[in-house]
Design a binder for this molecule. Structure first.
Ligand code: NAD
Ligand code: IPM
Ligand code: MN
Length: 360
């Protein structure tokens, strides 16, 4: 197939992991006979430096026209002055809104090799297979915000429609899994959470009667996620709670550097990014884990381009590398290899599996 894919490297380790993602896309194109047109554009701090804008109009236009977008990460200390007029993260938020990608899918499934390495007791990790569905274009991220004489405010607003459409996404995913959704909120305190709870329950009753919903308060969910993670399957939540809970869930997987995401729901193929940030503490050191970005490439192939065989091949290659103990120091400590070595290992497995397919 022919596809136009925009790559947005961004800041910190963003360019390092995006380069890994690019190589995997090139390898998939070659091995499966596709023509991917890959173009890179500035976003975040790099775009502030070059254009004075974290989402330059050229970048936005290219993303709107693309079949899918792959992003590294944005942000960093250089642009973190609390009084700065413009921030790298605004570029990413504006891009999510511009593309209309209101549903952020974040799968968390610890690889068997990671179970021993993870900080949690191994028996808690057996059978863990989660899919977070995080609402991505509403809530306090996008509400009115500002300062007044007394302080500052970030308004959190949700419309019924915003909740219904992301509930539909979660229900469709749940239908292909265990048929169960855990909806997470703070309904004992927040009005928006009470709207979430009622709207999700009603929508499921009206449109997805085969799906079971349970409701869970976010504070106790933060605990259950670590004490009994295998109890959950699809976890549906608003924007900010989803952001926080998925970084917490990274502990289950062994490292935040392993986790991918897909942001979907817009008119085109969507936005794909690892869940981690620009990791300024390791940027430039060759220690960045590229697997979360490469797994995001797999999600791009599956959800953005409908190429499931190719997506499976990429995910299988990551699995093989982890099983063989090949990965960066965040997962394998002193036995860890560099970003480029870990990427090369994935590419070698991919090429090997292509040879096997050709011989079969
Ligand atoms: P972070 O995710 O960048 O880093 C948290 C910790 O995890 C650090 O110790 C880091 O070294 C480690 N880590 C993250 N990714 C890793 C990888 N691929 N391999 C190995 N280790 C990895 O979070 P932070 O430090 O709180 O944020 C830094 C900057 O990133 C901030 O400016 C923040 O706004 C931004 N950020 C951007 C995105 C994004 O672009 N989607 C996501 C989260 C944070
Ligand atoms: C993420 C990040 C972003 C978010 C920031 C950088 C805007 O933390 O993708 O998880 O909070 O959504
Ligand atoms: Mn986050």
């Amino acid at each position: 197939m022919d596809a136009v894919i925009v790559i947005l490297p961004g800041d910190g380790i963003g360019p390092e992991v995006a380069a890994a993602g690019r190589q995997v896309l090139e390898s998939v194109a070659e091995q499966f006979g596709h023509c991917f047109t890959l173009t890179e554009h500035a976003i975040g701090g790099a775009a502030i430096d070059a254009f004075g804008d974290p989402l330059p109009s050229g970048t936005e236009a290219a993303c709107r026209a693309a079949d899918a977008v792959l992003l590294g990460a944005v942000g960093g200390p250089k642009w973190s002055d609390p009084n700065a007029k413009v921030r790298p993260e605004q570029g990413l938020l504006r891009l999510r809104a511009a593309l209309g990608v209101f549903a952020n899918l974040r799968p968390v499934k610890p690889h068997p090799q990671m179970i021993e390495a993870a900080p949690l007791k191994a028996d808690r990790l057996v059978g863990v297979d989660l899919m977070f569905v995080r609402e991505l274009t509403g809530g306090s991220y996008f509400g009115r915000k500002g300062r007044d004489d007394e302080g500052a405010f970030d308004e959190c607003r949700y419309s019924q429609h915003e909740i219904e459409r992301v509930t539909d996404v979660a229900a469709r995913i749940a239908r292909q899994r265990s048929g169960k959704i855990t909806q997470v909120d703070k309904a004992n305190v927040l009005e928006t959470s009470r709207l979430w709870r009622g709207t999700v329950a009603q929508r499921v009753a009206d449109r997805h009667a085969d799906i079971t919903v349970e409701h869970q308060l976010v504070d106790s969910m933060a605990m259950h996620l670590l004490t009994q993670p295998s109890r959950f399957d699809v976890i549906l939540t608003e924007n900010l709670f989803g952001d926080i809970l998925t970084d917490e869930a990274a502990v289950l997987a062994g490292s935040i550097g392993l986790l991918p995401s897909a942001s979907v729901g817009g008119e085109r193929g969507g936005l794909y990014e690892p869940i981690h940030g620009s990791a300024p503490d390791i940027a430039g050191s060759g220690k960045a884990n590229p697997y979360g970005t490469i797994a995001s490439v797999a999600m791009l192939l599956r959800h953005g381009l409908g190429l499931s065989e190719e997506a499976d091949a990429v995910e299988w290659a990551i699995d093989q590398c982890l099983s063989a103990g090949v990965g960066t120091p965040d997962v394998f400590g002193s036995k860890g290899v560099s970003t480029t070595q870990a990427t090369a290992a994935v590419l070698a497995v991919l090429a090997g599996s292509a040879r096997q397919r050709a011989a079969a």
